[in-house]
Design a protein around this ligand. Structure first.
Ligand SMILES: *[C@@H]1O[C@H](CO)[C@@H](O)[C@H](O)[C@H]1NC(C)=O
Ligand SMILES: *[C@@H]1O[C@H](CO)[C@@H](O)[C@H](O)[C@H]1NC(C)=O
Ligand SMILES: *[C@@H]1O[C@H](CO)[C@@H](O)[C@H](O)[C@H]1NC(C)=O
Length: 377
């Protein structure tokens, strides 16, 4: 049997040796945009058909040209073709068993067949209890529950890592998951957030209907007391990511969730920064006509002065420059992507979703192109 130059001995944990052979043309091909450099082994040799020359790779990787070496290493690092599981955390007023979320889950499976998807409920129950928990509860406690729930799931717990989708407030909660959950909880590889409120909101959402009692109740709670009371901060979910730069002292003192996970207080938690910087990709998608999230730029971690309407982009802010939560480190390794799509809050096209799933999810061994990738705008 004639071996092509890059023939490499793989040592797998189970002590099974397998041999991968790449036709030279394949190796030299620069991976195209849609396949992000995942080089699938063309011929996998099993213990039954190990060639005699196995102990003698013809050319050592280190003697190859840098490009060759890089691609060969990528291939070596990509022995696992199974797609990572995907967890999805829904937004305000939704529930884990909603039809739309199930459709998103099947779309993921369509792009990466065999993907295990898990719809997150903050209370371990779907339906109205979960919907209610999207309005009411202490986010710290909900998050703690989710860390444990994911750690108990047999598939998530044994996967090498998981990918995550957060819709609206589910986006900053999943970021909280990445920062706060211990190393015993499933580790996230790619986190994709859609129209999230990473830098908070300055206005609360209006209820879509006057007969939506849960939503009306939430707004009534807000009217009954100041947003900064412990009473509201421990009960009303959106209050826990309310952030007003013109009332910053109160925010710093009383915010039950956002001021903490954004490490805005004097005492910074270094674990948060370390954990967030360990993501492979953190993708923030903003809807250019979002009228639900005010300000919409919060989805890119920008700060908006609502009086002057001036926008300070993330890279110009201290949270980034002093790297309070690891975003700078993540950016420097090419792990931070700012994307925009046309439309109102959560108006997503299947085609955009598919492109994103293709780009950021999939095989465990997938390698990412370390540069920004623009979907639109
Ligand atoms: C920092 O966060 C981690 C993870 O949530 C937590 O275990 C630790 O107690 C926190 N440290 C401080 C100083 O608050
Ligand atoms: C929310 O729950 C956490 C954990 O139980 C607790 O430490 C915190 O004080 C609660 N927040 C408020 C505002 O009561
Ligand atoms: C926001 O802009 C107004 C008007 O320019 C300015 O007076 C105010 O200090 C700014 N607020 C903050 C927090 O920078």
């Amino acid at each position: 049997m004639r071996l092509s130059p890059v023939s490499v001995l793989l040592s797998l944990p189970a002590l099974i040796y397998s041999f991968v052979i790449f036709p030279e043309a394949e190796v030299f091909q620069i991976p195209n945009e849609r396949h992000t450099g995942t080089l699938a082994p063309k011929v996998a040799i099993t213990p039954e058909n190990i060639p005699e020359t196995i102990s003698e790779p013809l050319v050592e990787i280190t003697r190859l040209s840098p490009k060759y070496t890089r691609l060969a290493k990528q291939a070596l690092d990509a022995p696992d073709d199974n797609p990572l599981p995907v967890v999805i955390w829904h937004g305000l007023g939704d529930s884990a068993d909603a039809k739309g979320l199930k459709e998103i889950a099947s779309l993921v499976d369509e792009i990466h067949p065999g993907t295990y998807t898990y719809l997150i409920s903050a209370v371990g129950a779907a339906g109205s209890a979960d919907r209610q928990a999207s309005f009411f509860g202490n986010v710290t406690q909900q998050l703690d529950y989710v860390c444990h729930a994911l750690a108990k799931d047999n598939i998530l717990r044994t996967a090498p890592a998981i990918d995550a989708i957060g819709f609206s407030q589910g986006g900053q909660f999943l970021r909280g998951y990445v920062e706060r959950c211990g190393s015993w909880a499933p580790k996230v590889r790619s986190l994709v957030t859609f129209g999230s409120q990473h830098n908070g909101i300055v206005e609360f959402q209006k209820c879509a209907s006057t007969t939506d009692w849960i939503c009306q109740g939430a707004n009534a709670l807000l009217k009954s007391s100041t947003v900064w009371s412990d009473f509201v901060q421990s009960r009303l979910v959106p209050a826990q990511y309310y952030r007003d730069t013109n009332d910053y002292e109160n925010y710093l003192e009383h915010s039950n969730f956002l001021a903490d996970i954004n490490n805005e207080r004097k005492e910074k938690n270094a674990t948060y920064a370390k954990n967030l910087a360990a993501l492979e990709k953190f993708v923030m998608v903003v809807f250019d006509e979002d009228k639900t999230v005010i300000p919409k730029e919060s989805g890119w971690f920008a700060e908006v002065n609502v009086t002057s309407n001036s926008v300070t982009k993330l890279r110009d802010r201290p949270i980034y420059q002093e790297d309070w939560i690891g975003l700078k480190k993540l950016d420097e390794k090419g792990g931070l992507d700012f994307l925009g799509v046309h439309g109102e809050h959560m108006h997503l096209l299947d085609s955009d979703l598919k492109a994103l799933f293709e780009k950021y999810f999939g095989p465990a061994g997938k390698k990412f192109v370390p540069q920004q990738w623009k979907l639109e705008l």
